[in-house]
Design a binder for this molecule. Structure first.
Ligand SMILES: [Zn+2]
Length: 491
């Protein structure tokens, strides 16, 4: 009985069954229509009512003419002999279809990218390999280029070089395939991914520091400002700032303010705490500090999530990351479910493996430090694929869209420009019914150090607050998303 099956997916490249099925499963999770995936050699058209079923084929040769409704995606050479070799990298500049960048193009024997005839759509846009390239972060493994903090830079990425980092290109491929599916008029209906809401927002805060000032006054900064004469005003401002901090109003200790602001707009967020690390980049605080303890409890009582901000060197160190997770769990008296890597330090696929192995359920690291945008090419939560071990990783990636510092530290944008960049990414995410993930440090809400950005955060909260959006903590969003099960029909 195959009455319930609406779409049959077949493919001819059995050696790459893992990656191919992985991508189709992500597409169909978004559609929510029932489907089966069958290797080409096991597909027998006579078993189905071909008037009601749509066949989506992925391969090199022309398939079955017995099939009535068919989309044929001609495959490129990514899944072949050069897999994981530099020769398998996309050829630039990329070709475009209606402005849509095509990372890998197929080998169908016709001109152009799409050919439509009665009940058959053929395409040379290899949306499967192209999506796999983005989601698995393939280029980061094959190129292996690193910045001074051992990170893969936006500027090394295909998306940045080809000008599509601000576009969730995998979502665009998902829409393209859907437009073809829909054109067969078989009455298929797409699911709503966020209940009665169009899209989702996930707000996060990495707690790098609790206090701006330590015990001693910032004499060096003040002194230098005075010596330069022109900066007398600055010296004065820092002195006032310090004195206020010491009388109990440290600019970084603004957690009540953040909670109140988000509460006002009926928004929830996740706060990621550091629980270890002793490099000079782990500026920190002790997780055993009584004040930190009480702060964590307050956040929990007010229904904000507390998660892990793993230290500078933890991204490639299982033991360190595991230790930090356990430390935070001890203080929280509960389980840590996810978080983010400090400095967005990351190694693909190793960091995913470590996070999976320590038992975290989700990660929110994956945007680039030097430029905002869709590093993974998608604005959905998704389970990543380990190209080396050829398997799906058991962790949800909630791809970060913007880290605050990418705007003011790395690109020197004005607060106004920063707001526009963020707003534009929110609007794009809405268009694709996606998830927008924002990182704003508590230490960035400091008017003296970052004039104008405080107001930018308030404007963003106001903008999001007015949208009809699904919002929850990161963990709440993972829980919700997991309800969107693929409608996979077994034989
Ligand atoms: Zn950090």
């Amino acid at each position: 009985m195959h009455n319930r099956v609406k779409a049959i997916v077949t493919y001819d490249n059995h050696n790459f069954a893992g990656p191919i099925e992985y991508i189709f499963n992500i597409f169909f999770l978004a559609y929510g229509i029932s489907y089966r995936i069958i290797p080409f050699n096991r597909f027998n058209p006579v078993e189905y009512d071909l008037n009601e079923v749509l066949v989506i084929s992925y391969g090199k040769k022309y398939l079955n003419t017995e099939v009535k409704n068919q989309i044929y995606i001609y495959s490129s050479d990514l899944f072949g002999d050069n897999y994981l070799k530099p020769e398998s990298m996309p050829k630039v500049p990329l070709k475009r279809y209606d402005g849509l960048p095509i990372i890998y193009d197929g080998r169908g024997n016709f001109d152009g990218f799409v050919r439509k005839s009665e009940n058959l759509i053929e395409t040379n846009i290899d949306i499967i390999a192209s999506s796999f390239f983005m989601l698995s972060r393939y280029e980061e493994i094959v190129l292996g280029k690193k910045d001074k903090f051992n990170r893969f830079s936006a500027t090394e990425s295909l998306a940045y070089k080809e000008g599509f980092l601000n576009r969730p290109i995998v979502n665009e491929y998902i829409e393209l395939l859907w437009s073809w599916i829909d054109s067969f008029n078989l009455g298929f209906k797409r699911r709503k991914l966020w209940g009665d809401k169009d899209f989702a927002v996930c707000l996060t805060h990495d707690v790098d520091s609790i206090r701006k000032y330590r015990i001693y006054p910032p004499l060096w900064t003040i002194g230098r400002s005075i010596l330069r004469h022109t900066d007398l005003r600055k010296a004065f401002a820092i002195t006032i700032d310090y004195l206020r901090a010491k009388s109990g109003r440290d600019p970084y200790d603004n957690f009540d303010y953040i909670m109140d602001l988000e509460d006002k707009h009926r928004l929830k967020s996740s706060f990621y705490f550091m629980a270890g690390g002793n490099t000079k980049h782990d500026t920190g605080y002790s997780i055993d500090d009584l004040y930190v303890n009480s702060l964590i409890r307050t956040l929990q009582e007010r229904n904000f999530e507390v998660g892990l901000h793993s230290s500078f060197d933890s991204y490639n160190n299982f033991w360190l990351l595991n230790f930090e997770k356990e430390e935070l769990e001890r203080v929280m008296e509960g389980y840590v479910l996810g978080g983010r890597q400090h400095y967005l330090r990351w190694k693909t696929p190793d960091t995913w493996r470590i996070l999976e192995k320590v038992g975290l359920k989700y990660d929110t690291t994956l945007s680039f430090a030097d430029h905002e945008g869709f590093r993974c090419g998608i604005c959905f939560p998704y389970k990543p694929f380990d190209v080396v071990e050829n398997r799906i990783l058991n962790i949800w990636e909630l791809p970060l869209a913007v880290m605050d510092g990418s705007l003011f530290d790395y690109q020197n944008l004005t607060p106004k420009e920063g707001f526009q960049r963020i707003k534009s990414l929110i609007d794009t995410t809405k268009k694709y019914n996606g998830l927008f993930v924002l990182l704003w440090h508590n230490s960035s809400l400091d008017s003296l150090r970052l004039p104008g950005w405080f107001e930018t955060y308030e404007r963003i909260m106001e903008y999001i607050g007015k949208l009809d959006v699904f919002n929850d903590t990161a963990q709440g969003i993972v829980d919700w998303w997991k309800k969107n099960k693929p409608v996979y029909v077994e034989k």
